[in-house]
Design a protein around this ligand. Sequence first.
Ligand code: EPS
Length: 397
Amino acid sequence: MPRLEYQTAGESHGPTLVCTITGLPAGLTLDIDRINAELARRQGGYGRGGRQRIETDTANFVTGVRLGKTTGAPVTALIKNKDSRLDDLTRTPPVYRPRPGHADLAGSIKWLTTDCRETLERASARETAARTLGGAVAACLLREIGIESFGFVRQILDARTEVAVSPENWKQIRELRDASETYCPDTVITEQHKAIIRQAKIDKDTVGGLCEVHIFGVPPGIGSCMDWRDKLDARIAYAVMGIQAFKAVEMGLGRDVVLRPGSKVHDPIHYDATKKHDSTLGFVRTSNNAGGTEGGMSNGMPIVVTGAMKPISTLLKGLPSVDLNTKQPEDSQYERSDICAVSAASVVMEAVVAFEVARAALDKFGGDSMMEFKDNYERFFETARLLPMDPPETVIA
Ligand code: EPS
């Protein structure tokens, strides 16, 4: 069976976006309502542009699914672009004045053209709808083994919530997030976010922020230290940096590890027999500075990832640039865009992190069918709880 992978295709103003997922076991029930709910959430958030009023993103599965379940064949899903006009040069004209911060300049040189549209149609964050779909499918698989994901907005510009998320409170915090127009589980900070975005609009400017994702119920031992390419934290960082406009990724304490000595960074290990039947197998920590991975493997604690999104590079007032045909100084060209897309990015980030965890879970437990996958998962826990296998007197202290 191939390893779980996904790829996307489609232009921002082409007829459709495509997500193809290979390596899914047979028999996975796709929760279409939840998948479409994630697509709708990605379209939302305070500060989005006019495009989201045109589109109603929904997943149309065209291969690899029968009677609502995967068959083991490649799964392909389409998301229709209602605002399809790629070949209409009056409504989708060439772009000769590249936007600093966008893919425009590098792409136009790479593909030997002065029309940045060739690049920007694919570089556009519209593509993230397809990755959100792939991640929402992966989340269906994870829920079958009790793994849940949760993403939210921690900060926009300098307005930051200090809300603490834990396995005990995350569902209440999710309700707060869902009531927030910026997907931030803090009513006071949400109002500050909205004021920041309103001011940016007046200033014809844009703003970025921090997204945070927590994954709960991940058993120890997902990922591997044996090959750097299989390290779970490395895979997650790769996936998060692959989201449009992301400039930094951190696990747990992240770069703040440098501000503390080792005794204040590493999470003490305790054994609690009452938690033996949890996904932790009873090995609990009093802190989670590591963000749930050690040595590139999950350690039983929640996986905690932060991603930093830069401000959108399309500014209504333009930025200093050059006309690629005349080489004369000109301000960058304006294309309809968003003032702030951090809320949407938190949905995309949750999706791409979930996909990486799903791949690592399938690498560990495998199986051509969901029945086999879940059976392997249960069997692993049964065996792990039997450790040590040798009688205690033969174990050298
Ligand atoms: C987006 C769709 C795009 C942009 C935005 C996000 O649609 P349009 O270009 O037709 O307005 O609103 O894309 C960008 C921020 C970008 O840099 O291209 C979406 O669906 O998320």
